[in-house]
Ligand binder design. Structure first.
Ligand code: PLP
Length: 427
């Protein structure tokens, strides 16, 4: 499929049926697989042969969908996980262990921030957070001898900052470590981070890839571009023998193309088991088939809504990288010339109280802690996800009391704007 354009890969990538086989990806609803001899099965356990033996590790439905996302990102290998959280945890933990350190952009998804700053910190992994707008010097100063990776989001959820991927890739490579990019909000339709130097890409497929609020899921894709063996001393997990598989060395046995995903599957999926259900992978694939069509509409609706809000007297500020007034407009044009994402955030004049009142009057936009759905939804973080915080704490968290996050769905833009207009009128 690699010669086809992204739209064609969305529809037909990952799975090509043979003569008389199902046109749609079959849901292989089986935990286990049958073998003729114990020797056959033994080879799978030794990683000497590839094949299926237990769906905690690998399942044909999940693998076909992972293969499609791999093609969309232009990667060399990929795996699905049961959630975006699991994808980011595995991607980092696959190379950073107790005593190691990771540099991360500070504007990342709240769940990822908590995973890094609290849970992985308890596992002995230290994180240094840098603002995505930092200078090259500030970025370089964040590295330590035990740094194993750099992490950032193409478009941050919910801050909507745009990462200068080339700047972060250059710094990571100068220090002999890979750049991991969470590409959830942009999707490979709008940005392919490997083309700008990223080494590993992760996704919460729960968002635009699924796109219908149907199934939680995640994905990790390897570019195959990072030379682990050239930095042998930094990555013992990939470059020294794994005793749990008779001493194989992943980077030698599976090469630069396969080592990262093979190790994450053979060790992390085996031991942690954040396995997606084949049924969920099937639903994800239905979403992927229309991802390119939907992203265009999500972005067009969001731009129309952002322009309407920017010109409205009862709105104090609008954050959307597709607006020419955005400080991230130039970066967005560089990395995402066809559009950014469907999420817009803005402030309602009158602060916290006015924002609450405004949202009560919305009819089409439902109040949900979700984004990237076909149906428009919105959230007032100060009275939901961040409600424990007072006004000062909110400001420190980068979430002002007046902030409303709106995820523009696939409805008609005029209807969405009319809904916002009537709710603003109520103020
Ligand atoms: C939602 C989200 C996650 C977490 O994904 P889940 O599928 O909810 O586990 C990670 N990163 C980003 C950017 C997200 O938006």
């Amino acid at each position: 499929m690699s010669n086809y354009k992204i739209e064609t890969k969305c529809v037909q990538g990952g799975y090509t049926p043979g003569n008389g086989e199902p046109r749609q990806i079959p849901i292989v609803q089986s935990t286990t697989f049958r073998y003729e001899t114990s020797e056959d099965m033994g080879k799978l356990f030794d990683l000497e042969a590839s094949g299926y033996f237990y769906s905690r590790l690998q399942n044909p439905t999940c693998d076909a969908v992972a293969a499609k996302i791999c093609e969309l990102e232009g990667g060399s290998a990929a795996m699905l996980t049961s959630s975006g959280q699991a994808a980011n945890f595995y991607a980092v933990f696959n190379i950073a262990n107790c005593g190691d350190h990771v540099v991360s952009s500070s504007t990342i998804y709240g769940g990822t921030y908590n995973l890094f700053a609290v849970t992985m910190k308890k596992m002995g992994i230290d994180f240094t957070f840098v603002t995505p707008d930092c200078t090259e010097e500030e970025l370089a100063a964040a590295f330590r001898p035990n740094t194993k990776a750099v992490f950032g989001e193409t478009i941050a959820n919910p801050a909507l900052t745009v990462l200068d991927i080339e700047k972060f890739a250059k710094a990571a490579h100068a220090h002999g470590v890979p750049l991991i990019i969470d590409n959830t909000f942009a999707t490979p339709v709008n940005c392919r981070p490997f083309e700008w130097g990223a080494d590993i890409v992760t996704h919460s497929t729960t968002k635009y890839m699924d796109g219908h609020g149907a199934a939680v899921g995640g994905c990790i894709v390897d570019s195959g571009n990072f030379d682990w063996l050239a930095h042998r001393e930094k990555f013992p997990g990939l470059c020294t023998p794994d005793d749990s598989y008779h001493g194989i060395v992943y980077a030698e046995k599976f090469g630069q193309d396969g080592a990262f995903i093979y190790k994450a599957t053979a060790q992390l999926m085996r031991d942690f088991g954040s396995t997606p259900a084949p049924q969920s992978a099937f639903l994800l694939n239905l979403g992927l088939e229309s991802l390119h069509v939907r992203m265009e509409r999500h972005c067009a609706n969001a731009l129309a809504v952002a322009k309407f809000l920017e010109a409205h007297e009862k709105i104090s500020w609008v954050t959307y990288a597709g607006l020419e007034s955005s400080p991230y407009y130039a970066l967005a044009q560089k990395y995402m010339p066809n559009g950014t994402c469907g999420v817009v955030s803005f402030g309602v004049k009158g602060g916290r109280k006015a924002a609450e009142k405004f949202m009560k009057h919305l009819k089409l936009a439902a109040i949900e802690t979700h984004v990237a759905d076909a149906r428009t939804c919105c959230l007032h973080p100060a009275s939901a996800t961040h409600r424990q915080m007072n006004d000062e704490e909110l400001i420190a968290a980068g979430v002002s009391g007046d902030l409303v996050r709106l995820s523009c769905g696939l409805e008609n833009a005029d209807d969405l704007i009319a809904d916002l207009a009537q709710a603003l009128e109520s103020l």
